[in-house]
Design a protein around this ligand. Structure first.
Ligand SMILES: Cc1ncc(COP(=O)(O)O)c(C=O)c1O
Ligand SMILES: N[C@@H](CCCC[NH3+])C(=O)O
Length: 414
């Protein structure tokens, strides 16, 4: 469900015509809906209900400061994976005491910054990382709160690049090693063991893998408890999918309710790290058709957004709906919608039935998550503007990069 709908033959973002925003701010341009973000966030919290819980929004999905600030105002915590994401959360007014820090390669400097900020917990992904956090905390005269990210070896049934909970993936500590690593953790003087964590992948469209992983986590919690290690929280990661095409993933409310039912009256705080399920359908990428090119085999719509703006189609072969911002009548053609970047893999969609003229605006739907955050300056293209719509109002929350910004910090040889 989102707040991008057609009225009078044109696409609206809440109560603002998308074409108006495209003209005002130029294209390519990301447009987000505040109402959608808030609805998705609330669906999670309401479904978990009165069980103690914390939603730690996965910042990597969309780290625009205005969006982080909106979520912080709703009470959200944050799942971060770098010092940069920590800095953004703090800048946006996020509460460090609600931050969990994931990722397999935390540097000493990042660990120090997180301890200084006073984050809630490190999700530790290896034994050397455990030792590093213990050392840094000791140097600072602090105790570092940690949980172990276990790899439950559950097949999430998702794209191989975004599956994280299998033995062959780089993430987490194997379940078979987990108890031993917990014993190491409790023996280290500058660590406080808080919980357990897992994250099995992204864009999951069914419940069973989540439930399997949770079963394995709960069994571990019981085994640890028998050894005198009591945990205060259970972090089940993110990964709930959205409908890009025909997928019918569980709704956030169904997902959260299923986890809640499984956990029953266990005392541990439930932590969720959703990213995509909150943001994907809260954003679109708007682009203008520059040229139509009718080849011998194919029709191309050459647009002003490219793989540097939205990488998912090129990287994963991901399918995202592409729709006209203003509908026009006339015969449809099947177009490959491609950008100006010099790569054959630079496409937003293939074989899309559209009626188009140069100058038309197109919207790529479900682009609020892993859209702008995966953008680059490839081909020295400035990154797109970002606009957040709130009812009848629209706010430019990040201006399009200017070309001069593309060489900031670079120096010529003397
Ligand atoms: C540790 C961790 N938590 C949360 C997420 C968020 O995932 P999603 O956007 O699929 O909810 C990710 C990304 O997959 C992740 O790696
Ligand atoms: N970037 C991916 C998801 C990766 C999830 C990060 N752990 C996507 O667009 O689908």
């Amino acid at each position: 469900m989102d707040h991008f709908n057609y009225r009078d033959g044109q696409l609206w973002a809440e109560s603002v015509p998308v074409a108006e925003l495209a003209r005002q701010h130029g294209t390519p341009c990301y447009i987000y809906s505040r109402a959608t973000i808030e609805r998705h966030y609330r669906a999670f919290t309401e479904a978990v209900g009165n069980h103690p819980h914390l939603i730690c929004y996965a910042v990597k999905a969309n780290s625009n400061l205005a969006i982080l600030n909106l979520l912080a105002r709703l009470g959200s915590g944050f799942d971060i994976v770098s010092g940069g994401e920590l800095a953004r959360v703090l800048e946006a007014g996020g509460d460090p005491a609600k931050v969990v820090f994931s990722g397999v390669g935390k540097t000493s400097a990042e660990i120090r910054a997180a301890l200084e900020a006073g984050i809630y917990c490190f999700n530790v992904e290896s034994e050397p990382e455990l030792a590093r956090i213990n050392r840094v905390a000791g140097e600072m005269g602090r105790t570092a709160p940690i949980s172990i990210r276990v790899n439950p070896d559950v097949d999430a049934g998702t794209h191989p690049y975004i599956s994280t909970g299998l033995k062959e993936n780089k993430f987490g500590i194997p379940m078979t090693e987990a108890e031993r690593v917990y014993q190491v953790a409790v023996s280290l003087p500058h660590l406080e063991v808080k919980g357990v964590d897992c994250h099995i992948g992204s864009q999951l469209t069914t419940l069973p893998p989540f439930i399997d992983a949770l079963d394995r986590l709960l069994a571990l919690v019981d085994r640890l408890s028998a050894q005198g290690i009591t945990l205060t929280h259970l972090d089940v990661g993110g990964g709930l999918g959205v409908s890009y095409d025909e997928e019918k993933p569980p709704l956030p409310a169904e997902y959260a309710a299923a986890l809640r039912a499984k956990i029953g009256d266990r005392p541990q705080t439930l932590i969720l790290e959703p990213g995509r399920a909150i943001m994907a359908n809260a954003g679109i990428l708007v682009t203008e058709v520059e040229f139509l090119k009718h080849g011998e085999e194919k029709h191309f719509a050459i647009v002003d957004a490219a793989m540097n703006d939205l990488l998912r189609p090129s990287l994963y072969g991901a399918w995202q709906q592409i729709v006209p911002v203003i509908r026009r009548s006339g015969p449809e053609r099947h177009y490959d919608v491609v950008g100006p970047v010099c790569e054959t893999g630079d496409f937003l969609g293939k074989e899309r039935a559209l009626t188009l003229e140069p100058g038309d605006f197109l919207a790529v739907r479900s682009a609020g998550a892993y859209g702008f955050t995966m953008a680059s300056n490839y081909n020295s293209r400035p990154r797109a503007a970002e606009v957040l719509v709130d009812g009848e109002n629209a706010y430019l929350v990040r201006a399009r990069e200017r070309v001069e910004q593309l060489w900031q910090g670079e120096r010529l040889l003397p």
